[in-house]
Design a protein around this ligand. Structure first.
Ligand code: FE2
Length: 211
């Protein structure tokens, strides 16, 4: 008999200590954001997929299989939020931010003109996303693009490869910045973005394209 897996999706460990991103993001915010919000998406996802075919699929496939339909919207929302948050933690690192490594800088120049113009576009997408959502740097074909998504929406359901993201749900910044989302966004871009991780995602996208 095939063993049943009642909790196929796990909350991954954070890549750093909860206080490692201070003073840009407080340990209290990370504690709640990861320990309550992210953990709850994982818990709800496991409850929703129990006994369904989705319990047997990798997380990315659950997302693409449930995207766009009202029928499985709850599964999509919790699966996509589970994935988006895990990706977000990897996009941040203590002492990050600022100018990217030269290979990424060249790619940004090809798509945006120069690094300041990329930064302006990324910041604008994050600040102007109306309500809850995410700002993304994605690879699409040979180009890099900045996009924003609402609520749980994710580029992996849209045929794009995410390289970086910033969570702009209020739970991401309200304890530290209250309503000052631009201050949060610019501090993350300047001081936390993990460009090495973005470069790894770009390399993976290029390998998939070449395969
Ligand atoms: Fe979040």
């Amino acid at each position: 008999m095939k063993p049943t897996n009642s909790s196929p999706f796990q909350l991954p460990a954070l890549p750093w200590q909860e206080n490692a991103l201070e003073p840009v993001i407080s340990a209290r915010t990370i504690g709640l954001h990861y320990g309550k919000h992210h953990a709850t998406y994982v818990k709800k996802l496991n409850e929703l997929v129990a006994g369904t075919r989705y319990a047997e699929l990798p997380l990315e496939q659950v997302i693409t299989a449930t995207a766009g339909g009202a029928e499985n919207a709850k599964i999509f929302n919790n699966a996509a939020q589970t994935w988006n948050h895990t990706f977000f933690w990897d996009c941040l690192r203590p002492g990050g931010g600022g100018e990217p490594p030269s290979e990424m800088a060249r790619k940004l120049e090809q798509s945006f003109g120069d690094f300041p113009r990329f930064k302006e576009a990324f910041s604008k997408a994050a600040v102007e996303q109306f309500g809850s959502g995410w700002a993304w740097l994605v690879a699409k074909g040979d180009k890099l693009e900045v996009i924003s998504t609402s609520n749980a929406q994710t580029p992996i359901a849209m045929g794009a490869t995410p390289l970086l993201t910033i969570d702009v749900w209020e739970h991401a910044y309200y304890l530290d910045y209250e309503n000052r989302r631009p201050e949060f966004v610019n501090a993350v871009i300047d001081r936390l973005l993990n460009w090495d991780f973005a470069l790894e995602q770009l390399a993976k996208a290029q390998q998939r394209k070449a395969a």
